[in-house]
Each structure stands twice: as C-alpha cells, then as structure tokens.
Design a protein around this ligand. Sequence first.
Ligand code: NAP
Length: 438
Amino acid sequence: MKIEAKDRYDLWIGGKYAKASRYDTVRCPYDGRPVGEVPKATLKELDAATGKPIVEARGEVARAIQTLIFSAEEAKRIHGELVPLDAHPNGAGRFGFTLRVPRGVVAAITPFNFPINLACHKIGPAIAAGNSIVLKPASNTPRTGFLLADLFAEAGLPDGGLNVVSGSGGELGDPLVADRRVRMVTFTGSADVGRRILSTAGIKMVTLELGSNSAVVICDDANIEDALVPCVVGGYAHSGQVCISLQRIYADQRVYGDFLDAFKSRVEALKIGDPLDETSQITSLIRPEDADRSLEWIDEARAAGATIVTGGHKIGRATVVPTIIAHTKRDMKVIAEEAFAPLTTADSVGTLEEAIARVNDSALGLQAGIFTRDLDRALYAAHHMDAGGVMINDVPTFRVDQMPYGGVKDSGLGKEGPKYACEEMTCMKMIAVKRKMM
Ligand code: NAP
C-alpha cells in the first residue's frame, strides 16, 4: 500500500475530507522551507469530529509497522475472566465473569517528535479495542496524521473510526479534553500540557506519556566499549528530541576518565547537516526557540561552575552542536529538567548507591539504565531505580513497541505498548449470573 503525501490536506472527519476555514503552512525546522499546508481547525470543526459513533474495527491492518501489527494481534485477545462469586457466603448460587468493553470516543493528542509511531500507539490499540478516535497531531508535524487516515481508510476502517483534526493545542485542547462525549484522553507530550489535561478532563480515563531526564549508571566492572555506542545513540539520536533520550550519565570514578575521553571523541565525530542528507546524524531542533532555550541552560550550567566538555553553541537556524557537560550540580536545569536537545551530562560517582541516589534525585522517572557485568548490581538497580523501566546493559533509550512503556512520578500515568494500551482503552464490566437452583 503506497500513499503519496499531498501538498495540502483538509480535515479528516467521519471518513471524508472536509474543507477547513483556515490553513497553516508547515515548515521544515532545519531551514524554514515550506513543506505543505494543513487545516487549522476551529472549535466548530472540532465539534464535528467528536460526535461520531463508536466503531468497533476488526479490519485487517496491513501496515508493516510493528505497533500496528502488535495492536492488530491484541484485538484477538481482549477478554475478561471468571469470577467465583460463590466463594463468598452471599454469592451462593451465582457465578460471574468480566467483559472488557470499549471506552467509547478516545481523544489522542500527540507530540511532534515521532508523529507516526506515537500516533499509531494510540490509533492501533484504540481501534483494536473497539473505540473510535479523534487524533489531534502536533502543529509542527500534522501531515502524517492525515497520511495515516488515508492508509486506515484504504485498509477498510469504517468511516468515523478515525478522525484527524489539526490545529492549535492551546485553542482546541481544552474543549476536546473536557468534551463529555470523549471517554478517554491519551496524551503524549510535555509535563505542562499533561498537567493541564489532567485538570481539565473531568471524570474520564486519562493516560499521560510525558518527558524525562533519563539517566544511566556505568559501573567500574562495565565494558566501557559496550557502553559507548549506546550512550552516543541514546544521547544524540533525533538531536536529543526523544522522551527517553539519555540525558544524565553517572560513571564510577574508576572508569570515568577513560569513558569521558572516548565518549567525547565519538560525540565530536557526529555529522551535522540537512535532515534530507542521508549521512546527517545531527540536525536542527524543531523550533529555533528550543535551540535558544537549550543554550540558555548550558550557559546557566557554565556560570554555576559546570565544565562544557564539548559543544555548547548553535549553528544555523536551530542546530545545537552536540554538547557534553561535566561537574554538574543537582539544581542546574541541564540536570533537573528535560533538556530535549543534543546534550548529555557526565559526572563521576563513588559507589553504586550514590549513583542510584543521583538517578532518583529527580521529579521525573521514565526509564533508566545500568552497565554492569555483576548480576547482583544489575538486580539491585532494577529494584531501586525509580523509573517506569530499567534497562540492564543498555541506555534508557531502549524501547521496542510491544513492551509496557510509561513513567512514574512526573513522567506520566498509565502504560503504552499495544497490550497495555488496550487494557487502558477498555472498561472492565462485571456480569453476575443468578442461577435458578434445581
Ligand atoms: P507539547 O508541547 O506538550 O505538545 C504535545 C501536543 O499537545 C501537541 O499536539 C500540542 O498541540 C498539544 N497541546 C498543546 N497545548 C495543549 C493544551 N492546552 N491542551 C491539549 N493539548 C495541547 O509537546 P511537544 O513539544 O510536541 O513534544 C515534546 C514533549 O513530548 C517532550 O516533553 C517529550 O518528552 C514528550 N514525549 C513523551 C513521550 C512518551 O512516550 N513519554 C514520547 C514523545 C514525546 P500544538 O502542537 O498545536 O501546540
């Protein structure tokens, strides 16, 4: 199945494109060139997308994307369980079972950084569980939402099963989230917007996949060579704009110097360039203001005594040169907040306990990692790292789409991964049967 991107999209509501009253130009973040136009929905246009009936989709999804394949497989195993009511004295003569039923209309609000896969993490399970869905993609990357709508329509999804409404989150967010016809909000994005959604949603299911300042520990027994490439990829892939980007590195003082030297030379070798150049490894951040904000944080760290090991400046419109910062303090923004830029901090620690205390000294907790060849240390970290997932001998950036994924603390609520998202996107209904006693 091949779908060509169009220069201009309309709203996708109820299985049809509908003209919008306003359109926005989408620009390439690297150099600002226009890449197409998308609708900027008004509140009236949003209303047309939320009134659709619940559609239970059982169509085959022929996309070669693991998230959708796993989601499609989950559609076959959404089931309840028997409940032995007669185990209670008051339940004599009865038996019970649970059903898992669709929640209804699911509103999905997605961020810019993985506009297809993160949308599929919501669309796939929502459809598998029999819900209809209204997708509000990020304003910086809305076109893929419409491409997905075309694909789902071609795959046979009934009209109204998936609706795509692009437009400003600040304008559409509150009415969409508060709408009583919407029975669940699944959000991926920043903590500030997540908090607002939680306070606006009212009594309905809300899952929040938010950001982090993910950390890794490198023990003195680790094979440093094995840690280097994952740390470079984890810290700098997508120019650091990944929710589980490696941001903080805590290396045992006995290996810290060797690690930092080797890490620095690999980070400095990353190739910066145009996103359409196949050899580019680092490119611009999504918005120029994000580059400026990360440079302010780097300057703040420098002024407070940190060492800029490499990088620390910008080139072009919004490209931050890959940066490593050492000798940090806990209150520096590059430590305490989500950087979402191509920067890592690298500090030395004396013991595993100290390292884990520093990993946990954060309001965020999405994933964490540890490099060690000692099983006891690995399991100690697995138990004591306060995060939604702990990666042994890998960076926190590791994720495959079927695994349960979601943070603790201010990193979010609920889990994604098709099996787990299907659980979140269904209600458990109790059925109690009173038998006629023979
Ligand atoms: P964002 O600014 O929070 O935007 C995310 C979405 O929320 C966009 O569609 C945005 O619309 C919308 N939005 C904005 N204001 C809203 C409001 N008041 N009510 C409802 N929706 C509103 O995040 P981003 O900059 O696109 O993405 C980066 C963030 O996402 C980072 O914090 C990153 O860690 C997080 N993230 C988390 C995960 C995860 O799985 N945990 C994965 C990827 C990214 P507009 O674009 O129109 O403003």
